[in-house]
Design a protein around this ligand. Structure first.
Ligand SMILES: NC(=O)c1ccc[n+]([C@@H]2O[C@H](COP(=O)([O-])OP(=O)(O)OC[C@H]3O[C@@H](n4cnc5c(N)ncnc54)[C@H](O)[C@@H]3O)[C@@H](O)[C@H]2O)c1
Length: 342
């Protein structure tokens, strides 16, 4: 089997998590990594002992033979790293969010559009078994046309980031981009439609002493209207004492609830309103319901299919759209007004 050589740009929390996913998948070998922060490099060296460490990602690209570049530095660096990797003919696994602003998102889309590299974005709600099941049910017509999508995430504060880059909204795009690009991507994927307009309310309730990395939004309600007439609602809170992840999709023919690790399906006509029992349910181990190793496997499968251009471009555009919604939500909170997305 061909040796697949992987370089990682940015080995903070996420880069190291990905190096573990790569190792456990057995689908490639991390031969180099780059990070200007010595503590990140030291922690990565313990995970991938044989890989060559660099403090400069450009030097890594110039002096190492690679097949794949993993872009897991903060998102204000994603565009330049992706462009450079694609120019060298590498396949790219880029972490979400695609970038913190639309200009950088456009740069990435253009680089992908004009190359044959496989491009993938780590928007792993699409590959989690729990949400795949929901998507499959919708595709099979189980609920008819999705009309209402609601996601509620109650969680604790963000994990600390190296040099607290998250607090700088020019680098992160803000909380609703950094975290909720995942949920906006999920809404876009499940409705198979394009958002027309959006309204958001949000606030800052906790201070840095309580875990807010700076002055980021730490709770919000976001309403999204789709061209298909579907409507979506995101409820997000970063200071919940206990975590909750709940997705609900209601269509003209039924209802699906994905709560914690179980998907419940209630067909409209045979549901028993008296006892509320679902028609069917599927339970996944918690780690696979909310873990994210499947994204790496999905990338490697995508990479095996050539030519990759059309699918790569579709992934880049979908990631672009998820950032567009996140930025619009931030703007709506600031302006207290509806943001039109067309
Ligand atoms: N898919 C997911 O669910 C998920 C989860 C967490 C983070 N992420 C994304 O992964 C990226 C990294 O997040 P994180 O949690 O690892 O942050 P982190 O702060 O833990 O790590 C970022 C690392 O990038 C390094 N870095 C900074 N400038 C660099 C440069 N010029 N070259 C190379 N490395 C550089 C930092 O020194 C640090 O080690 C972000 O885009 C984040 O949004 C995605």
């Amino acid at each position: 089997m061909k040796d697949i050589r992987i370089g990682i740009a940015g080995v903070g929390g996420r880069g190291r998590r990905l190096s573990e996913a790569i190792r456990s998948s057995g689908t490639g070998r991390v031969v180099a990594f780059a990070d200007p922060e010595p503590r990140s490099r030291e922690a990565a060296a313990r995970l991938v002992e044989s890989a060559r460490p660099f403090d400069d990602w450009r030097e890594m690209l110039d002096s190492t033979e690679l097949d794949i570049l993993v872009v897991s530095a903060p998102q204000h660096l994603h565009a330049e790293m992706t462009e450079a990797g694609i120019q060298r003919g590498l396949d790219i696994y880029c972490e979400k969010p695609l970038a913190p602003n639309l200009h950088d998102c456009d740069r990435i889309v253009e680089a992908v559009r004009t190359s044959d590299s496989t491009f993938y974005v780590g928007l792993q709600m699409r590959t989690m078994p729990l949400y795949r099941k929901v998507h499959d049910l919708i595709e099979q017509g189980a609920i008819g046309q999705p009309r209402l999508v609601v996601y509620r995430e109650m969680r604790g504060p963000f994990l600390p980031k190296v040099e607290n880059w998250l607090a700088d909204e020019a680098k992160s795009g803000g909380a609703l981009v950094e975290k909720n690009c995942h949920h906006f991507d999920l809404f876009n994927w499940l409705t198979a439609s394009r958002a027309n307009r959006l309204f958001a309310l949000g606030g800052r309730a906790i201070t840095s002493g309580d875990g807010n990395p700076g002055t980021l939004l730490d709770h919000a309600l976001v309403l999204v209207e789709y061209a298909s007439d579907a409507q979506a609602c995101l409820e997000i809170c970063f200071f919940s004492p206990v975590p909750t992840h709940e997705l609900e999709v209601v269509g003209d023919m039924g209802r699906i609830v994905a709560s914690q690790k179980t998907v419940y399906y209630y067909p409209r006509r045979s549901a028993s309103p008296a006892d509320g029992n679902p028609g069917q349910s599927w339970t996944f181990p918690y780690a696979s319901a909310h873990g994210d190793d499947d994204a790496w496997a999905d990338f490697m499968n995508a990479r095996a299919i050539r030519p990759a251009r059309e699918q790569s471009l579709a992934r880049a555009l979908a990631a672009h759209e998820s950032v567009r919604l996140g930025l619009a939500a931030e703007e709506s909170v600031r302006s207290h007004s509806v943001v039109h997305l067309d």
